[in-house]
Design a protein around this ligand. Structure first.
Ligand SMILES: [Fe+2]
Ligand SMILES: [Fe+2]
Length: 301
């Protein structure tokens, strides 16, 4: 076995790590719009040389708006996936059921947390930022795929939040401490989810032939391609919002969209794809699956 995760121990550590919304952001708290919100390793907004520092900061904050909205969308399809997976086990192993239901309940709390940050963002930001969606339609498209493919997408997302947290503490730029706290608290619970999702993926892959695994990886890439298209669309919306705030059209719009789209690819796909724990799970499914992922990863770097 390439891991020693189990439901009972993970439930116990989940319960120890749990926090309340107010520990991260109170409903009446304000974000500090004089600071960046996203680590540069994710937003890559300081790298946009045609913008002045003020404009880079605005784009950084828009990229944080994207973060809140995308995690809102993602959490919304994780929830039904978990409930569907728990249902067949209701009469069986109660550690598994308790652990998965607790996992689901934490994701429901994360939806609240991202909404609360989103409301604080909207209160302090001068223009409305448009978002891809609606989230129900995105969720329905993801969930129509093979549960093993969906489970792998979710596993990738759980592990990537570790990269996000590490990025936020390594960043020496002045990120709003509330955003640092968001990344930290999210990862504290996601670290437990990643273990549970590893067990879920193991269960979904059990008894599958090499060929069936390969088929699930095809579907994983289908979901990845679909999400990536959403990220491209979102990059357009982000530039629209930037132009509204700074009151001028940017000259190198196409190049800027490409650069920001690539930053989003790394944030929401690539940083999970290359996570060694995610790679280890793929390796255990089939060496071919790990190989295919490694081949695709540079596109999302
Ligand atoms: Fe979450
Ligand atoms: Fe999670």
């Amino acid at each position: 076995m390439y891991h020693d995760f189990n439901y009972q121990a993970t439930l116990a550590s989940s319960l120890r790590a749990q926090w309340q919304l107010d520990d991260v952001l109170r409903a009446d708290q304000s974000l500090d719009f004089a600071r960046n919100f996203m680590p540069e390793s994710l937003s890559r907004t300081a790298a946009v040389s045609s913008l002045n520092p003020f404009e880079q900061r605005i784009l950084n904050q828009i990229s944080a708006h994207q973060y809140l909205a995308i995690f809102g969308v993602v959490e919304e399809f994780i929830l039904p996936f978990l409930l569907d997976h728990a249902r067949p086990y209701l009469l069986g192993d109660d550690w598994r059921v308790r652990a998965i239901l607790n996992f689901a309940s934490e994701e429901a709390k994360h939806i609240h947390l991202f909404k609360r940050f989103h409301e604080a963002f909207v209160r302090g930001f001068p223009v409305e930022c448009q978002m891809i969606g609606p989230s129900e339609a995105i969720g329905a498209e993801v969930l129509r795929h093979d549960p093993l493919a969906v489970g792998l997408v979710i596993l990738m997302i759980e592990w990537m939040t570790q990269q996000h947290y590490l990025g936020s503490i390594r960043d020496d730029g002045d990120i709003d401490p509330l955003f640092k706290s968001l990344m930290k608290h999210h990862w504290m619970e996601e670290a437990q989810h990643a273990k549970l999702d590893t067990l879920i993926v193991d269960a979904l892959a059990e008894g599958r032939s090499e060929q069936q695994i390969d088929k699930a990886i095809d579907e994983f890439f289908e979901i990845g391609g679909f999400l990536d298209e959403g990220l491209r669309q979102q990059a357009h919306f982000n530039l629209d919002a930037l132009e509204k705030v700074i009151g001028r059209k940017v000259e190198d719009r196409a190049a800027m969209i490409e650069q920001q789209h690539q930053a989003a690819r790394w944030t929401y796909i690539g940083s999970g794809m290359v996570h060694e724990r995610f790679q280890a799970t793929l390796e255990s499914l089939s060496p071919r699956a790990a190989e295919r992922m490694a081949e695709a990863a540079p596109m999302f770097a």
